[in-house]
Design a protein around this ligand. Structure first.
Ligand SMILES: O=C1C[C@@H](C(=O)O)NC(=O)N1
Length: 449
């Protein structure tokens, strides 16, 4: 039998409330929440002065496995995730091979079952080549479909030059469609203009001009119009502009929303002011935009037009990043520090702890219809993270767990620390140490609801 763990006297943050209580973990689940007597067989954890949150569910990561494992893999990146309080993640399809068939999806599940310390699920990739197969496939096979990061061909390009593909997908796909929302034709025209002026070495400050607000807004508007026309389930990934936030609703509960969106932590943390200091390290697609956009995203998060927070954790080697503009890879690692970043906003009085938990834990579970995860409830999986809200430490090379070995946050001092992380009731991360004797589970979800 699994050892029972009793977390005594901890402040749980859950479902809009924070209060001091005891939590008993047994057989992988939260067995009891309340005042619980100590039993000699229990492992006792003193939660006094600490906060217990549901484990973070990161709805968008690129762990690079299989095929791109020189950047990261399901073991290294899931290890970084649990050290950051993340207990579940959904990985994107732009691995090698791209995940465009049920067979390759199953292979990815098999790899994760032997390597991932956190719970996992995977988007099925969608482009012009596999759309007919996607439409035919039973939606219980995948949590959602996405085009994010896929290598676009004219034929396969979902977003830009292929309105028929999009129309067909929205008319027929019953699972959530998670879109990387930028209009390629606008970006390409801007790239062309800047290339003529600067050659390969365009200054990074022009990245948000090339990958412009117009490109984002028009793509998002078009996707929303199509979703409304066909009553499809649409999720816009990593929103970056204040303008787009006004395209989303906050007057219906998430359970009933068909059109949803997210913000990634880096788009709340950085703005175009940081390009001078960090250069290509913060080249992301869609681009980090202005201070006003950053503020608009936070506002929309707080007033529920933005539903969830993700990382879009996208590691590349430093060598792949530090190249002239057109060759430098977009994306950066974030999964180890997403909770710390959000808790820093809490410390600054910008967001409540309860709102952070709603957007990073509860809502991803609701949005992706996960079974018994995302909340501190009796009978739910014991996916939990214990945090100290008064602990100073500085991000540095020697405390990074990413395979790529760098972070755009190096030198940042955080005032909170993840102390312990439990995945399915197992203490996987404990004060900087890992217990690696068990792996995470495939996340159950119900696409039939
Ligand atoms: O959508 C994406 C993909 C990601 C990657 O590197 O896979 N990098 C990005 O910056 N955006």
């Amino acid at each position: 039998m699994n050892q029972r763990i009793l977390i005594k006297n901890t402040t749980i943050v859950n479902e809009g409330k924070s209060f001091i209580v005891d939590v008993l973990i047994a057989d992988g689940v939260i067995r009891k929440i309340g005042t619980i007597d100590i039993d000699p067989t229990y492992k006792i954890i003193d939660g006094t002065g600490k906060h217990l949150l549901p484990g973070i569910i990161d709805g968008q990561v690129h762990f690079r496995d299989p095929g791109l494992t020189h950047k990261g893999d399901l073991y290294t990146e899931s290890k970084a995730a649990v050290a950051g309080g993340v207990t579940s993640f959904i990985d994107m399809p732009n691995t090698l091979p791209n995940i465009l068939t049920v067979e390759s999806l199953k292979e990815k599940y098999a790899i994760a079952s032997k390597k991932s310390l956190a719970n996992y699920s995977f988007f099925m990739g969608v482009n012009g080549d596999n759309i007919d197969e996607i439409i035919k496939t039973d939606t219980s096979q995948f949590i959602g479909v996405s085009d994010d990061g896929l290598y676009f061909t004219k034929k396969g390009n979902l977003l830009a030059d292929n309105p028929e593909t999009m129309e067909k997908l929205f008319a027929n796909c019953k699972s959530i469609i998670a879109i990387h929302s930028e209009k390629e034709e606008i970006i390409e025209a801007n790239e062309q203009a800047f290339r003529e002026q600067y050659g390969e070495d365009v200054p990074i400050k022009y990245h948000p001009i090339i990958r412009s607000t117009k490109g984002c807004y028009e793509a998002t508007k078009r996707a929303i119009d199509l979703a409304k026309k066909h009553n499809a389930r649409l999720h816009i990934l990593h929103l970056t502009t204040e303008a787009e936030t006004h395209l989303f609703q906050n007057d219906i509960p998430l359970q009933e929303k068909k059109i949803t969106t997210e913000v990634s932590v880096h788009h709340l943390w950085f703005s175009d002011k940081d390009y001078e200091r960090l250069g290509m390290l913060i080249k992301w697609n869609p681009a980090i935009k202005t201070e006003q956009d950053k503020e608009g995203l936070l506002k929309a998060l707080l007033d529920d037009r933005i539903d969830i927070i993700t990382t879009d954790h996208a590691p590349h080697t430093l060598e792949e990043k530090q190249k002239p503009y057109f060759q430098s890879m977009s994306g950066a690692p974030m999964v180890q520090h997403s909770l710390n970043c959000m808790l820093e906003f809490y410390k600054q009085g910008l967001i409540s702890l309860e709102k952070i938990v709603e957007k990073m834990c509860h809502n991803p579970a609701i949005l992706y219809r996960m079974t018994n995860r995302g909340f501190i409830r009796e009978g739910y999986f014991a996916d939990l993270t214990l945090v100290d809200l008064n602990s100073h430490w500085t991000v540095a090379k020697d405390n990074l767990l990413y395979k790529c070995g760098w972070s755009p946050l190096e030198g940042t001092t955080f005032t909170t620390k993840v102390i312990q992380t439990f995945v399915n009731g197992k203490l996987v991360y404990d004060h900087g140490e890992f217990h690696e004797d068990t792996f995470g589970m495939a996340i159950d979800f119900d696409n039939k609801k």
